[in-house]
Ligand binder design. Structure first.
Ligand code: AMP
Length: 197
């Protein structure tokens, strides 16, 4: 069975062609390394580029989408497998269940929602699958700076901030994901109980 990586990314193409190029590079890396794609199942935006590039190369693409989006006619009809679910929450749960790891490419609120879900799942050790952010063209710089700010202000633990793997190129990002080791639960939970006394 091939490794399955779930990619979160824009339902839009983005302003600069560099983002579309990055989506093609990710898809090319998946093809070369026989990695299957799990994603939101759409035929729009960066999602379409990813899915189409893998399909052209006869690789497995699994799309997961809630019925209300299928009704809006954004579903990709040519996938290896299409899973229709009832809700956005169910979609994320299915993405997490099927995938061995997660990569966020540039995107909007949908992408942010999905990557946040993985961050909190990793923090609570509900799953130990790695999350990588592909920081194309510095797109995520301000978000990463916000995470650093949250550490300084005492709302995010440094070790959880360090759970987020970042690179501007896909081979290095995948290497970091392979080396991912989760943070143990015990210490930080004890710390927050102590500081709340
Ligand atoms: P966004 O980043 O806001 O463009 O949303 C993209 C992410 O949210 C994708 O990873 C999808 O799983 C989900 N999503 C949001 N909008 C759509 C859509 N129109 N079709 C399919 N999935 C979507």
């Amino acid at each position: 069975m091939s490794v399955k990586i779930c990619v979160f990314c824009g339902s839009s193409m983005g302003r600069d062609k560099v983002y579309q190029e990055a989506a093609r590079e990710v898809a090319g890396f998946f093809v070369k390394n026989n990695i299957s794609l799990v994603y939101g199942g759409a035929k729009v935006g960066l999602m379409k580029i990813l899915a189409d590039t893998l399909l052209e190369n006869h690789k497995e693409v699994i799309g997961i989408m809630p019925g209300m989006l299928v009704d809006k006619e954004v579903a990709h009809e040519g996938l290896s497998e299409f899973i229709e679910v009832k809700t956005m929450a169910e979609r994320k749960a299915k993405m997490i269940e099927l995938s061995d790891g997660f990569i966020a490419l540039p995107g909007g609120f949908g992408t942010l929602d999905e990557l946040s879900e993985i961050l909190i799942y990793n923090q609570l050790r509900i799953n130990d699958k790695p999350l990588g952010i592909l920081n194309v063209n510095g797109y995520f710089d301000q978000l990463l700076a916000f995470f650093d700010h949250a550490v300084v202000e005492g709302y995010v633990r440094a070790e959880h901030r360090n759970n987020i793997l970042v690179s501007d190129n896909i081979p290095e990002l995948m290497e970091k994901m392979q080396a991912y080791r989760p943070v143990s639960m015990g210490k930080w939970l004890k710390d927050i109980k102590v500081e709340s006394r």
